[in-house]
Design a protein around this ligand. Structure first.
Ligand code: MN
Length: 597
């Protein structure tokens, strides 16, 4: 809350006053009309930001706010509030996450290019290249020009922009969070549509970036809009759990004593689940009443080894529930989440869930990729972790080159983000694959060459068909044609992938690579339709270097007319045959599209 505003109200004056301030000072303040919490809408934002980044310069935030306020003046949200309240709230969400000044500036301006006469070029001149890139990344494609594909194309564009600067996704998530918070004023139909899209793409993205603090709120607000009566039921349950607090207090106290006895320095606290998480477990377990176990978190002060010492203390205190121990420190989740999880049979025979982690693991569990911005002095280890965290994003961008259209790209993205994943072991490391993946998926995950030439697989020591579904924890060996001593007849083995693999592979990565192999290896008998497809992919690739994409054939169609081709196919074949340079096509396409918009 605004402390200054509180003082002002308490004193009954129009001006906020500092405690102990003399009347003269107050008069002077009024004469100088220095912006205060009541007159200055940016003060809360600035205070949050400087609370985390003490050296940050607030003047650029004020400048960004002034321009955004000016541009959006006269526009209103569906709730009737002035439009500027939205970008300000989005910037506040970013500030609370601990993002840097550049992100906050871009958040304040994120809707100006889309919704006002402020141009990207003006933005670039006023605030620089980085801010312009961030705002462009969250600017939607024009529905009027791109039609039905605008939405999928917008997501594709955003992902491409995020490949260069991941802050694009953080602004988009904050934008969606505020829109979801204020969804109440929309019609039931649009509430459901927006909530579904949030659930399908943005929440998995948020999860993959590891930003649990945002994800919890997004989860709960989706539940509120999609299942209002369930949301109310769980909220009621959480509100009146009899004896719950006293029980947790007792658990926490006993754990503290046990840890002290074992000389483990740690912070112990109750860790309630959020509504959506309780609801999900209730539904998954088929429970009639909300399924919600008491849960605590132990954040140790020392290194990761202290987590295991803490685990020993807890298991020495209460009997562990079999099958509930998970070591996400040795095997982090795909969003790099690390912690130990266990359940114990606690006081009064009630099951208690326990999370154990280091301070650093706790920070990255809460803030994920945003932790790098919130705690910038974390050092080289954090940068390496971020690279690893973004490896999936770059892989998604690799498919983007191959995906024929934005809808297919979106489908690949959804598949990659889907929660059902398994971990298997190969080449002495663990590999994350989509549930239902086969040895061929694994081979392509290990490397394109391994995939193209894989011959056979051994799963847990037994030879198995390449189409076998892998299961969690399988130890898999892949044999390829190139292995000198693979035990298979090299002469009789077919070269390259088999077409039937397309029938069983699960990962978009494997699918694309198999298709690519066939596209490359069917020359010189390459068909016109292949040339058309590859010509289109070439243009897509060149567009991507300009951070652009194509949602429909319309601009291409117009260009082919303008260049004097009889039809679009002929232009695409010409691109494939390099009769016309793809860069030239792209330059003209961008001209055409930007001009029409
Ligand atoms: Mn917005």
């Amino acid at each position: 809350m605004d402390v200054d505003a509180g003082h002002g109200a308490a004193l009954g004056g129009a001006l906020p006053t500092q405690p102990g301030e003399l009347p003269l000072t107050r008069r002077l303040r009024s004469l100088l009309a220095w912006p205060t919490a009541e007159t200055d809408p940016v003060s809360h934002l600035v205070r949050t930001h400087r609370g985390i980044h003490a050296g940050a310069d607030p003047s650029v935030l004020r400048r960004a706010y002034t321009i955004a306020e000016n541009m959006h003046r006269g526009q209103f949200r569906k709730s009737g509030e002035p439009y500027i309240t939205h970008p300000l709230a989005v910037a506040q969400i970013c500030a609370d996450l601990g993002m840097d000044t550049t992100t906050l500036v871009a958040a304040l301006l994120h809707d100006t290019v889309e919704d006002t006469r402020y141009t990207l070029q003006a933005l670039h001149e006023d605030f620089g290249r980085e801010v312009a890139h961030l705002v462009d990344g969250v600017t939607k494609f024009d529905k009027a020009f791109y039609g039905k594909a605008a939405e999928a194309e917008t997501i594709r564009k955003m992902i491409i922009a995020a490949g260069r600067d991941v802050r694009v996704l953080i602004i988009k998530l904050a934008d969606r969070l505020h829109n979801m918070r204020t969804l109440g004023v929309r019609s039931a139909a649009s509430r459901e549509r927006i909530a579904r899209k949030t659930e399908e793409v943005l929440i998995p993205l948020c999860d993959r970036l590891g930003i649990q603090t945002l994800k919890r709120e997004l989860d709960d607000v989706v539940l509120l809009h999609l299942h209002p009566e369930e949301h109310a039921r769980i909220a009621r349950h959480v509100h009146d759990r009899p004896g719950w607090d006293a029980y947790l207090e007792d658990v926490v106290a006993q754990v503290r004593v046990a840890l002290r006895r074992n000389r483990v320095d740690a912070d112990v606290s109750p860790r309630p689940r959020h509504l959506y998480s309780i609801w999900k477990d209730t539904v998954a377990g088929g429970h009639s009443s909300p399924y919600d176990l008491p849960r605590i978190a132990i954040v140790v002060d020392g290194p990761a080894t202290d987590c295991y010492a803490a685990l020993g203390s807890v298991h020495g205190l209460w009997r562990p529930v079999p099958g509930r121990f998970k070591d996400y420190i040795a095997s982090p989740k795909n969003n790099l989440y690390r912690s130990l999880h266990t359940s114990v049979c606690g006081p009064k025979d009630r099951t208690v869930e326990v999370l154990i982690r280091t301070e650093e693991m706790h920070r990255s569990a809460e803030y994920g990729i945003a932790a790098d911005y919130r705690f910038p002095r974390a050092g080289g280890g954090a940068a390496a972790a971020r690279d690893e965290q973004l490896a999936w994003l770059h892989r998604v961008l690799d498919w983007e080159q191959d995906a024929a259209d934005p809808a297919q790209f979106l489908e690949s993205l959804r598949c990659d983000l889907s929660e059902s994943q398994i971990q298997v072991f190969a080449d002495g490391r663990q590999v994350v694959l989509p549930a239902g993946a086969t040895p061929v998926d694994l081979a392509y995950e290990l490397g394109t060459d391994r995939g193209d030439h894989c011959l056979a697989a051994r799963i847990n020591g037994r030879l198995a068909p390449l189409s076998s579904e892998l299961e969690e924890g399988d130890v898999v060996e892949i044999f390829t044609e190139n292995d000198a001593d693979n035990g298979f007849e090299a002469e009789t083995a077919p070269r390259g992938p088999r077409r039937e693999w397309l029938g069983f592979v699960k990962s978009p990565q494997a699918q694309m690579q198999i298709n690519r192999w066939f596209a490359e290896h069917t020359e010189p008998g390459i068909s016109i339709s292949d040339k058309v497809r590859l010509g289109r992919a070439t243009i897509g690739l060149a567009l991507r270097q300009h951070n652009r994409g194509l949602a429909s054939d319309l601009p291409l169609l117009r260009l082919s007319e303008e260049l004097g081709y009889p039809d679009l196919e002929t232009l695409l074949v010409a691109v494939f045959d390099r009769v016309i340079e793809p860069d030239e096509v792209v330059r003209q396409l961008i001209d055409l599209v930007d001009h029409r918009q």
